[in-house]
Write a protein that binds this ligand. Structure first.
Ligand code: NAP
Length: 430
């Protein structure tokens, strides 16, 4: 038998403890698939005395995670601390410099430092794997980098944040507003005490940055992603979406266009005919469009100890089998410096909701503004009349461009009969 793989794990929280548990529970089948025993020999976390629900007997404890990189008995370092900076970054860089293989679930680290880490890995001939960083248990990295490697990818779109999807699903099912569902999700542990990374779309953008780099063979480019979160999604918009045959989802979308690669994260109206409309609760899903493969849809649990550990250990088995590829599928020197498309060049249809004073001439004023910006309408909805009170007017546009829409929104907001900032939600066919 070949030499066992000796593993050091930094971070023994939800994912780290999950990895230890899964290695223990499925030891025999994992060893058979790896071809060699996978032995965790060293670990690091902050609090040595904390009960993690799994025995750490016989494992070397490092107070400083960085020292795993310098432990000569460790072949593979698994970083499960988190954060784009600090101990996670220090450890990953040190391990790659030491020529050790690294596995991480840390999307923030890759979104911000992926290019540097890919160069380090290449320079020091170290493997760098991150299946668990995007969509938890869904093997999307392997699908894009290997399974679909013969395709030209046109678009990747998905639901990458379970917290947001859970909140939007519950708002719809129980007709509740955003703040109520968020507070309850926090009380139940589905949302962090500081939920801003999730609900403001940053976590989705981290994952999209990674997928866009893999899909289009270009360097990781987090900075060019347009990011909007779900704080402004209202129960009223969700009800109108239902009426019009859509679901509102927080999507991450990367698409090749003639003007460059478009990468954006925002709430979107998804038609019921599209697979992403039916992904509810904490689930994640990804839709890939490739040539010649066509549409490929993957769905599953995007977080949690078990699904994330499943992806970490898949990486470990690949390393044990010596299945290695460059971090982004192609060598750094072969990545293409494809331009990013500025968001104001985005083209698509829009859902608009305006709260207006119900008085004669309002609709004519609104449609005049849209006409001035060459935005044409597909449909309009207005319910209930109550004299001198705010009533919602919903407009669905034909395909237009973002620049025109922003200019129209700025003018609509100045109309005397428009009582609050208009809501605009992009309509996706994904
Ligand atoms: N949770 C998920 O479902 C999920 C899914 C996909 C990806 N991820 C990613 O996986 C990573 C870990 O997430 P998690 O949810 O497992 O986090 P977590 O539960 O907060 O665990 C973090 C671990 O890191 C340790 N740690 C923190 N600072 C440290 C330091 N300075 N030195 C040594 N250890 C330190 C903590 O030690 P103590 O335990 O002693 O405090 C803890 O064990 C993150 O990058 C996250 O984005 C998580």
């Amino acid at each position: 038998m070949t030499k066992p793989l000796s593993i050091g794990i930094a971070g023994l929280g939800t994912v780290g403890a999950g990895v230890l548990r899964l290695l223990h529970d499925n030891a025999a089948l994992i060893a058979a698939r790896a071809g060699v025993p996978l032995n965790v020999t060293a670990v690091s976390a902050r609090d040595r005395s904390r009960d993690r629900g799994i025995s750490l007997d016989g494992l070397r404890w490092h107070d400083n995670p960085d020292s795993l990189a310098h432990d000569p008995a460790v072949d593979v370092v698994i970083e499960l601390i988190g954060g784009a900076e600090g101990p996670a970054r220090t450890l990953v860089e040190a391990a790659l410099r030491a020529g050790k293989s690294v596995i991480t679930a840390n999307k923030a680290l890759i979104a911000h430092h992926g290019n540097h880490l890919a160069t380090l890995a290449e320079t020091h001939q170290a493997a760098f794997r991150f299946e668990s960083a995007v969509a938890g248990g869904i093997p999307i990295i392997k699908a894009l980098r290997e399974g679909l490697a013969a395709n030209r990818i046109d678009a990747v779109a998905g639901i990458f944040n379970g917290t947001c999807n859970y909140i939007l699903s519950r708002m719809r099912a129980e007709k509740l507003d955003f703040a109520t569902v968020l507070a309850d999700a926090q009380a139940q542990g589905y949302a962090e005490a500081d939920p801003s990374f999730d609900i403001d779309g940053v976590d989705t953008a981290h994952k999209l940055a990674i997928l866009a780099a893999l899909a289009f063979g270009r360097p990781v480019d987090f900075a060019s992603i347009h990011v909007e979160g779900i704080r402004r999604v209202s129960a009223l918009d969700i009800a109108f979406a239902d009426e019009l045959g859509y679901r509102i989802k927080l999507l991450g979308i990367a698409r090749a266009t003639d003007a460059g690669i478009e990468t954006r994260v925002h709430p979107a109206m998804v038609p019921l005919s599209a697979p992403l409309a039916h992904v509810d609760g904490v689930n994640n899903a990804v839709v890939i469009n490739g040539d010649p493969v066509g549409e490929v849809v993957l769905q599953g649990r995007g977080a949690g100890a078990g699904p994330t550990a499943s992806a970490v250990i898949a990486d470990l088995i690949d390393l044990a089998r010596n299945r290695t590829t460059p971090m982004l599928g192609v060598a750094q020197a072969d990545l293409a410096a494809l331009p990013s498309m500025p968001m104001d060049q985005h083209r698509g249809a829009y859902f608009l909701r305006l709260m207006v004073q119900d008085q004669p001439g309002v609709i004519a004023d609104i449609t005049a503004v849209l006409r001035d910006h060459t935005i044409s309408l597909e449909s309009m909805l207005q319910h209930g009349r109550s004299a001198n009170q705010a009533v919602p007017v919903v407009l669905v546009t034909h395909i237009t461009n973002e620049h025109a829409m922003r200019a129209a929104l700025a003018r609509l907001e100045t109309l005397a009969a428009v009582l609050e900032s208009p809501t605009a939600i992009r309509i996706e066919s994904a």
